[in-house]
Ligand binder design. Sequence first.
Ligand code: GLU
Length: 438
Amino acid sequence: MQGNARERSNALRVTTSIDRSATQSAENVWEMAQQQLDEVAHLIGLSEGIHLYLRQPKRILEVSVPVRMDDNRVRIFTGFRVQHNMSRGPGKGGIRFHPDVTLDEVKALAMWMTWKCALVNIPFGGAKGGVICDPKAMSMQELENLTRRFTSEISVIIGPEKDIPAPDVYTTPQIMAWIMDTFSMQKGYSIPGVVTGKPIAIGGSLGRDKATARGCLYVVDEAMSVTKQPIEGARVAIQGFGNAGMHAATLMAERGYRIVAASDSRGGVANPTGLDVRGLIAHKLETGSLVGFGGGEKISNKDVLEYECDVLVPAALEKVITRENAPRIRAKIVAEAANGPTLPEADAILHDRGIMVLPDILANAGGVTVSYFEWVQDLQENFWEEDEINARLKQKMTRAFRETHEQATRHGVDMRRGAYAVAVDRVAEATKLRGLYP
Ligand code: GLU
């Protein structure tokens, strides 16, 4: 595994793309992901060969996606599928539809999936996809056309034994259904295991919709116990009200936490005595946003992060906790339901201030964990009850929390490094055992 491992992994790439990392700023998420790995590599004494190998994605595919729009014109979109590492199993990770998607972002997200799957100890590697588009400005027909053609373009590298996509930012169970159908039609028979996060009626799993939020709740409960804080009435602020944020609000409120602030990309509301979560969700579903909800005061999407609370849940996009706002964060626990919300420089500030950050690869791993359960159920054609799914999820999440906490304590580092120590070590072990081919 020493020597020219990197050259060899580069030789394995199927790439039609230009790596833009060199032209982007230091706050580039891909550099951030690599930096996180570098820090832990030293901590756990990773060999140089494996370190260099894990620093790069195994395979990158960039595709042009021609789509017939409602006005009958053809638009060309750009999409990516990145497979970071597959030593522990097939690639796994969502597909994001967003106007700001970049290849570097998808590379970072794929690397984070590798660590996430290893941390919760499910037999998957890491992958991620993205399409540069604005789904909010597209009709259902246009979205379907885009999804089907993108699926067809990446079908050469996905499949139940190769790489299994799932939902991510602005992609839904309906979109997963189109992916499943397109792939199945190409092969000539139904292949539900090619994608997770599907509707129940076509092989989806019970509990998958709320799984990211439920997993987040389980690890926050553990963190509350470790930091000796009572759950009842603990104040929670949530940035982002998509699949993760919205369900987190519901589940945390049911558990006894008090949701004091919430926002989406357009703005939000705050109420120190607690928001009426049901009313808030009804408002969001009706109007498409939290803005204008009567049960609290208006607050911006940015200010939610600095709101007085015990638990802060960033559940939207990357890089929102920075050197500037980290000194003003008032939570005692930050639970990263989003991927990559905290910049490395902010991590250090939060750690110094005694704030416990539950890193993304732990805090949002519930989604991919139940995706794993969905894939297993699809392959076995045998479906489980929701109670069983939630119980198995709880077991995986609490074990991952404890292993993370143990490593963090042992090395005297924050929870992100603790989680990386567990995850990177597992991936390194698998990579080393398998050795280099040929
Ligand atoms: N997109 C989710 C994540 O970032 C879920 C991925 C999956 O279920 O494969 O973890």
